[in-house]
Design a protein around this ligand. Structure first.
Ligand code: AMP
Length: 622
């Protein structure tokens, strides 16, 4: 609550804001993760303890005693102890074993096999089993610790970014990981949206433009075409390859060296050290070639070398694949190259000169690259956090649903209730009826996707509306509401209007955790549910509003004469608005009404103060 203090010497009234909660922005990446915040109006990425880098490798290592290390230290264990070193967890978030089975060889650690499509992936380390949510939570905890250490204050709120193509299950899993790490995840933001925000795009409500965000990281590539208008970032299309990135550049170079210097696969297998040394040298060479024309080094007693030109030849087909994706993304978005106003580069691998040249040639413009490509997403998340903290007045950022949401109707058809790209948060209702006389139950199955038949879409959940009183087919009026909150998480309500029978579910994506699992994990990690906090915030706002109403009432009784007719009318109308808001459920509406009344009446308080002081002075003179 704001504190009011009066400076009697100057006769001024100050309203002091209590220190605001700091909300951080987090880029939870496949290869690296970062945390950032807004300092004096500018987003900054928080560096590691030595101040060397803001990147925290998204790697975990488990010791036999169960202790966990993350980041650089864990990365070193990749060679010594690969079986207990976990990387690329982001690829497993919200996925079932069936989803990732064909890529299983990619993961050097143990993933539990399961035939059950609804069974979330589990990872075995020693004799313990972990979900990707728990593992991601460890990375988030490390970032939280880093932020807390450097800023000397507790951090409990965050904005986390996800790729634009993440579905509901993956978004929910990201949010759950945040909760487990003790973070209240205020918003899940699309990575390309965050990158745009970092460049200040969208901060002016007048902006209207088409933006292409080209993101090439260590292991993944994606291109998103966004339409920005009236503060809304609409994802028109995304395309990409979840197994294409800078690591493939390294591999291409390793193969070239093996051929050139006569190392065979068998040599690598015989000596794990050689394979690793080659890979590390290749990455070092690649990075050097981003600024130099030539690289050489000694490896196992042998000189290895590569020129930039040769390297570019090796990776050209890979880069070409990303450009093909760009062409496809534009086509899907229904846009021509000339219609794209800005191109933004994201991801460490966009430092490769060939990548930049090709992107520039394809889009026929110089891409935005002023901000570090590996920090830009986290910085944008910090900007979004700053907006949510209320530090940038007048900016409201909305997002849109990436995929349509609907229910199954007769014949297995998808009936779309919320089309893709609907603004969120949102609420939509539609009426249905029964198809059989005397039908007492109605099964409501919720799907996500763009296809006409539900079998081609993704099932999110289902429930049964029971106890419909017997009526002829077509007579019951069943209203179904879809309520989508700002994170893209859906609640579905069904109500039979004639009888009032109703039922609702929060659609947990079918790959989500079971209630029991979640309850156990939550109990262990957080004490207060978010609902509690929300209820408390509402209560606090009401109390503050009530206090202000009383104070205003008292003020008017004493100082009515200081106000003009018009001022009195306006004050009364603001009082009425606040009184109305206090009775409602909307915390933000109450806070706004408080601000408005405070703001409007501040000069009157000053007048009253002057009068009081003047009278006091008079008294003294007498
Ligand atoms: P990210 O996933 O965005 O953190 O990107 C990581 C990838 O960027 C890895 O493949 C790195 O090898 C690559 N990378 C980082 N710095 C450079 C550089 N200077 N030149 C080329 N690639 C780089």
């Amino acid at each position: 609550m704001p504190k009011i203090s009066i400076d009697l010497q100057k006769g001024q009234i100050h309203k002091e804001e209590e220190q605001k909660d700091l909300i951080v922005g987090i880029d939870l990446g496949t290869t690296n993760s970062l945390v950032a915040y807004v300092k004096d109006g500018e987003p900054v990425a928080i560096q590691d303890e030595e101040g060397k880098s803001a990147l925290l490798p998204s790697v975990l290592h488990f010791a036999a005693d169960g202790s966990i290390i993350t980041g650089e230290e864990a990365l070193k264990k990749m060679v010594e102890d690969p079986e207990h070193t976990i990387y690329s967890v982001k690829r497993l978030l919200g996925k079932s074993y069936q989803d990732i089975r064909e890529h299983q060889v990619y993961f050097g650690y143990r993933i539990i096999e399961s035939e059950d499509e609804n069974q979330l992936v589990k990872i075995q380390v020693y004799d313990r089993f972990y979900t990707p949510i728990e593992l991601s939570a460890e990375i988030l905890k490390a970032l939280k610790r880093r932020a807390e250490q450097q800023m000397g204050q507790e951090i409990s709120k965050a904005v986390i970014t996800v790729p634009a193509y993440f579905n509901d299950a993956q978004r929910q899993a990201t949010r759950d990981a945040g909760k487990l790490a003790g973070l209240d995840v205020l918003r899940i933001v699309n990575e390309p949206t965050a990158a745009s925000l970092a460049y200040g795009l969208g901060l002016n409500p007048e902006d209207e433009q088409y933006i292409a965000v080209y993101d090439l990281g260590g292991g993944t590539f994606d291109i998103s075409v966004l339409h920005l208008h009236q503060g809304i970032f609409e994802v028109l299309s995304t395309h990409g390859d979840t197994f294409l990135g800078g690591d493939d550049f390294d591999r291409a170079l390793v193969h070239y060296w093996m051929e050139t210097y006569g190392w065979a696969e068998a040599d690598l297998e015989a000596s794990a050290g050689l394979g690793q040394a080659l890979r590390l040298a290749a990455e070092e060479a690649k990075k050097a070639l981003s600024t130099e024309e030539y690289y050489s080094s000694r490896l196992q007693g042998r000189e290895v070398e590569i020129s930039r030109q040769k390297f570019e030849e090796l990776i050209a087909p890979l880069v070409q694949r990303t450009i093909d994706s760009c062409r496809q993304a534009l086509k899907d978005a229904g846009k021509e190259v000339a219609e794209i106003d800005r191109v933004i580069l994201v991801g460490g691998s966009t430092r490769v000169p060939l990548v930049r040249r090709q992107v520039e040639a394809f889009f026929e413009q110089r891409p935005f690259d002023r901000i570090h490509p590996d920090e830009v997403v986290a910085l944008g998340a910090a900007v979004q956090a700053d907006i949510l903290a209320g530090n940038r007045k007048g900016i409201l950022l909305l997002d849109v649903t990436p995929l349509s949401l609907g229910i199954e109707t007769l014949g297995g058809l998808m009936d779309v209730i919320l089309p893709r790209n609907s603004r969120i948060p949102t609420r939509v209702g539609r009426q249905y009826t029964t198809s059989i006389d005397g039908q007492a139950n109605l099964r409501i199955s919720v799907y996500q996707g763009e296809r006409d038949l539900v079998k081609d879409n993704r099932k999110l959940g289902e429930f049964v509306l029971r106890g419909i009183p017997p009526m002829p087919a077509g007579i019951p009026k069943i209203e179904i509401h879809f309520i989508l909150n700002a994170d893209g998480i859906l609640t579905v309500k069904a109500k039979e209007l004639r009888s009032g029978v109703e039922q609702q579910i929060d659609v947990k994506p079918s790959y989500g955790l079971s209630e029991e699992e979640m309850a156990r994990m939550l109990l262990e990690s957080i004490q207060h549910a978010r609902e509690d906090r929300d209820a408390r915030a509402l209560l606090e706002a009401r109390v503050e509003g009530g206090n202000l109403l009383q104070a205003a009432d008292k003020f008017l009784q004493q100082h009515r004469s200081l106000l003009s007719e018009e001022e009195l009318r306006q004050t009364n109308s603001l009082i009425e608005a606040l009184a109305g808001a206090v009775k409602g459920e909307d915390k933000d509406a109450i806070l706004q009404a408080i601000d408005e009344l405070n703001e409007y009446t501040r000069p009157f308080a000053e007048r009253a103060m002057d009068k009081t002081i003047a009278e006091a002075m008079k008294g003294k003179k007498v």
